[in-house]
Design a protein around this ligand. Structure first.
Ligand SMILES: [Zn+2]
Length: 74
């Protein structure tokens, strides 16, 4: 399977929130926590946010369920 590193940035302010290793094609629906290389996001009340307040996903036990419209992938 194809393996690629992504920088996940806040679409509102451009802050680098996650560095993530993704396998295969398709949209980023889930970020599995054991594949997150760097995490600058804020976890609060079950949400995963940027410091600017933009909610980028929902915090689950082993993954972040992403709101794909809230982030920019590079
Ligand atoms: Zn932001």
């Amino acid at each position: 399977m194809r393996r690629k590193n992504y920088d996940v940035r806040c679409i509102e302010c451009g802050e680098l929130l996650l560095r993530y290793v993704k396998y295969g094609k398709g949209n980023l629906v889930n970020c599995y926590k054991d594949r997150i290389i760097e995490d600058n996001s804020v976890k609060k009340d079950g949400d995963v946010r940027c410091e600017c307040g933009n909610v980028i996903g929902i915090d689950r036990p082993h993954r972040i369920k992403m709101k794909s419209h809230a982030v920019d992938l590079e």
